[in-house]
Design a protein around this ligand. Structure first.
Ligand code: BDR
Ligand code: CA
Length: 311
């Protein structure tokens, strides 16, 4: 199994992504490190703990940052997409396990040491926790086997015309991450917007008999990131599932190596853009694999298998 830490801001698509990742049994989920993002930290923290126990993961949950590094004064949650509590109409049974006694960044470092170079991190929220870990432990990039995110975009944005939400919430954290020496396997909007799951397919999943069907139905109902897919069918974009696919089965995705620069300055437009350069050079080193496409048939089969797993 792949030893993994999930850094996230649950968030409905984060919750579904965790449900999916756990169901594959390919991961040893060592911990979850919630950060402020889709909703305020008090909600992402509770949701991470409740979800971990509800799904039977029962891993440590180490609390992360309550605010972005510098742009704390302009941070606004995305409650319109995820509901005020972050899981739409869903209320999970309250967690019983205690909170991990150290903050996210120390937990990440400890696990990196324990795993002896094998630790993988998937980040599906703003990159604040990861940036703090990198600032505090600059040797971390060499200690991590793989780093995967949902965030950024090499085409269009969703939080402004060029910026994706996770990146825009903490642009400076993203800048630290892209300059850290980590190779970022990036599921940006350029790919996630092509991976919508048709609402009728999701309704079928929720109707299959399983112990998660009511929760899944509630999450799908509460999630407001719904757009027509490539065939014009209304679909929910479960952005945060996509970085996990590259780990579950590398053949499920295609990607292009590139260099990403963060636009942290411009107030003229472009603020928060992840600017790609596909010509790798000394000045523009390979710091990103930009995921281009997903095998939708395999992805949808994984979703069916997920519900069967929770029967
Ligand atoms: C990303 O932002 C959040 O709303 C989602 O959880 C996802 O991680 C999509 O831009
Ligand atoms: Ca997220």
């Amino acid at each position: 199994k792949i030893p993994i830490i999930i850094d996230c801001d649950p968030g409905i698509d984060d919750a579904i992504a965790i449900m999916l990742a756990h169901s594959t049994q390919k991961f040893d989920i060592l911990g979850i490190t919630p950060v402020a993002g889709n909703v305020e930290a008090k909600h992402t923290r509770r949701n991470a703990r409740d979800l971990s126990e509800y799904l039977g993961i029962n891993c440590p949950v180490a609390y992360g940052a309550e605010k972005p590094l510098l742009s704390y004064d302009i941070y606004r949650p995305a409650s319109g997409t995820h509901g005020v509590n972050g899981l739409g109409p869903v209320t999970l049974p309250p967690a019983k396990n205690p909170v991990y006694p150290k903050p996210a960044w120390d937990f990440i470092y400890e696990k990196a040491v324990e795993c002896g170079g094998e630790l993988v991190i998937v980040a599906t929220g703003p990159l604040t926790n990861i940036a703090i870990a990198l600032l505090k432990y600059p040797e971390l990039p060499k200690m991590i086997k793989g780093f995967y995110i949902m965030g950024g975009s090499t085409t269009t944005g969703n939080a402004n015309p060029t910026a994706e939400f996770n990146i825009l919430v903490d642009v400076h954290a993203a800048d630290i991450v892209f300059k850290s020496g980590l190779l970022v396997n990036m599921a940006g909007l350029n790919v996630t917007l092509k991976t919508g799951l048709p609402l009728d397919f999701l309704a079928e999943l929720s109707q299959m008999e399983s112990r998660v069907s009511d929760v899944l139905a509630g999450l799908v109902e509460g999630y407001k990131d719904v757009k027509p897919d490539r065939n014009g069918k209304l679909s929910s974009i479960i952005h945060d599932a996509i970085p996990f696919l590259m780990l579950i089965d590398p053949d499920m995705v295609t990607y292009k190596p590139c260099h990403i620069d963060m636009e942290c300055q411009s107030k003229m437009g472009g603020y928060g853009a992840t600017l790609p350069n596909y010509v790798i050079s000394e000045e523009a080193p390979h710091n990103c694999n930009d995921i281009q496409d997903v095998d939708m048939e395999k992805y949808m089969q994984l979703c069916v298998d997920m519900v069967k797993f929770y029967k």
